[in-house]
Design a protein around this ligand. Structure first.
Ligand SMILES: NC(=O)c1ccc[n+]([C@@H]2O[C@H](COP(=O)([O-])OP(=O)(O)OC[C@H]3O[C@@H](n4cnc5c(N)ncnc54)[C@H](OP(=O)(O)O)[C@@H]3O)[C@@H](O)[C@H]2O)c1
Length: 337
């Protein structure tokens, strides 16, 4: 049986690892002591938006804090936030055995490249998690939205495909992973808006003023992508270039036409919102910051995404967490252009 190691077992890592474990895969989770303690006390409970429920007893969860555990892995899934990728890459370098395959299931564009640069002897693949995972209680992880895991196509994945299929998380292999990552990043531009709004995603996206903020950020990114000759993949029923127009429609029209975007668990928030709540640094520089870097490379500006980066950084260091209204945030973004 293939041995799978999850490095950075937080929301995504515990959910993916837990679903694989529940389906009988050989999984080791590497993460922080705090989460390890929770899993030792409560085991793992995985739920999803379709009322799916899977349980793994504490005794059946192998959770450690040191990356040495990856030494026997055939497959390593990296699920840390982007800022931690360089240190994980360095930690894995002396540990991984020859032939081990590494998949980055992280947001942003460059995490697989960071891992590949440190691990040149290994097959390192970019992956994409389309759904939202939150932790409603210690040891409990809930998938709030739908979608399939996507990963750069490679023959090296063959030994693991059955484990993921059996877990109900089939790997969809893609030959256009950069286009997939840009399309996910366009959707993730909402993470900063959701974090600044300090409201559940469903409530935020139900309000036109917040959706207009997202439309501004996406329109700016789409203009730059077109200039750079990059065509984002179609991950949603509507092509990426139509989404800003859909977002800007009145609430009643959006509820009818964009219903799928509102098919979110009522309590789910973006992981950037959770980071602000926990006083952690966010991934904004790896999401909105990628749009700013794309603009710089083209000799252009990206004022809306620059402003979103600045507002999230200000919130990271503020004494009290801001809760921007849609209209105030829209004015702040329009004022930056
Ligand atoms: N959550 C979602 O809904 C979601 C959805 C799609 C994609 N994603 C993406 O998936 C990635 C992971 O997100 P997440 O929400 O699962 O993050 P998370 O809950 O913060 O989990 C990452 C965990 O890794 C730990 N960690 C950091 N460095 C480590 C190291 N060297 N060794 C072991 N553990 C380490 C972190 O601890 P510390 O906090 O102490 O650093 C944290 O507990 C991100 O790129 C995110 O954008 C998330």
């Amino acid at each position: 049986m293939a041995s799978i190691c999850i490095v950075g077992a937080g929301s995504i890592g515990c959910y993916l690892g837990g679903r694989l474990l529940a389906a009988g895969a050989d999984v080791t989770l590497v993460g922080r002591a705090r989460i390890g303690d929770e899993l030792r006390a409560h085991g793992l409970t995985l739920t999803d938006y379709r009322s799916g429920r899977w349980q793994v007893a504490a005794a059946d969860v192998r959770y450690v804090t040191e990356p040495d555990a990856a030494a026997t892995a055939d497959l390593v899934l990296v699920t840390v936030k982007s800022a931690a990728t360089p240190s994980v890459a360095e930690a894995l370098k002396p540990v991984l055995r020859a032939g081990a395959v590494v998949v980055s299931f992280q947001n942003g564009l460059g995490n697989a490249d960071v891992l590949r640069a440190a691990l040149p002897q290994h097959t390192v693949l970019a992956g994409m998690v389309p759904f939202n995972v939150m932790q409603p209680a210690p040891g409990a992880f809930h998938q709030g939205t739908g979608g399939e895991l996507e990963v750069a196509a490679s023959p090296a994945l063959q030994p693991f495909l059955e484990d993921f299929r059996r877990a109900g998380l089939p790997l969809m292999e893609r030959t256009d992973m950069a286009a997939v990552q840009w399309a996910k990043l366009l959707l993730n531009l909402n993470n900063a808006i959701n974090a600044l709004a300090n409201r559940p995603l469903k409530e935020e996206l139900s309000q036109r003023a917040y959706r207009r903020c997202l439309a501004l950020a996406q329109t700016e990114a789409l203009r730059l992508l077109a200039r750079a000759g990059i065509q984002p993949a179609k991950l949603t029923p509507v092509p990426p270039t139509w989404i800003p127009r859909l977002l800007a429609t009145p609430d009643a029209v959006f509820a009818r036409l964009g219903g799928k975007m509102l098919a979110i668990d009522p309590l789910a928030r973006s992981s950037m919102s959770d980071d602000l709540a926990a006083g952690r640094a966010t991934e904004v520089d790896w999401i909105n910051g990628e749009v700013v870097r794309l603009a710089e490379g083209l000799g252009q500006r990206a004022p809306v995404n620059t402003q979103l980066c600045a507002l999230v950084h200000a919130a990271e260091t503020a004494n009290t967490r801001p809760s921007w209204s849609g209209n105030d945030l829209l004015a702040a973004l329009r004022g930056a252009t």
